[in-house]
Design a binder for this molecule. Structure first.
Ligand code: ADP
Length: 188
């Protein structure tokens, strides 16, 4: 359905899409699909996936509150550099605390930071257990696991609120694009 779309998307403002939610909520899946769609439009786009960054840039960090603060601080700074190089940026990381997301927001100019709440019920994430992490956390093999022995504070006023239980991945991505068009980040 999206043939001949190469020239119909115009970026009016720079922005970072910051995906937050439980492990297994669908952050990477939706951010990957959105990244793919931006590249179909020939847009320069960079996905910063928390799981990937934790294997490299942040491999020295654990999941304690202070290390999570540092993890988020680093990702926000990398996102800012990437944004300023002219790229659309998508960052997908649990970022469990309101204060951490606020600190990330403050790295950017007003209007650049778009918080995307990937709202999947904790029980559904545990049932999916795509990475087998919930099982390990229940067995005590992983400490400070979000939703089990570490708290997740749901965003109170996210710019985009996506409920994955009621939509396909494509519909979730459409919701992101609808927001970007409605707020004139993009025009056709
Ligand atoms: P996260 O990055 O939040 O840890 P992942 O994207 O790795 O989560 O995993 C989410 C899982 O949920 C995937 O297996 C995905 O296929 C599944 N899923 C089911 N429905 C949806 C949906 N509507 N949106 C996103 N993911 C979904």
């Amino acid at each position: 359905m999206r043939q001949n779309t190469q020239h119909i998307l115009k970026r009016q403002k720079q922005f970072v899409l910051w995906f937050t939610g439980y492990s297994g909520a669908g952050k990477s899946t939706i951010a990957n699909a959105a990244t793919q769609r931006f590249s179909e439009y020939s847009e320069q786009v960079q996905l910063l996936d928390g799981d990937v960054l934790r294997r490299g840039l942040c491999s020295d960090l654990t999941y304690t509150d202070s290390d999570r603060d540092e993890n988020i601080r680093r990702v926000a700074e990398v996102a800012k550099l990437t944004l300023d190089s002219g790229s659309i940026v998508l960052a997908a990381l649990i970022s469990p605390k309101q204060a951490q997301r606020q600190q990330a927001r403050e790295v950017f100019n007003k209007g650049e930071f778009i918080e995307v709440f990937i709202d999947t019920a904790f029980d559904d994430c545990e049932k999916r257990d795509v990475k087998g992490l919930y099982k390990k956390a229940r067995l005590g093999e992983i400490k400070n696991f979000t939703g089990i022995d570490s708290k997740y504070e749901a965003p109170m006023h996210p710019e985009i609120h996506i409920k994955t239980a009621q939509q396909t991945v494509e519909e979730c991505v459409n919701q992101v694009f609808d927001y970007l068009y409605s707020q004139q980040y993009l025009t056709k």
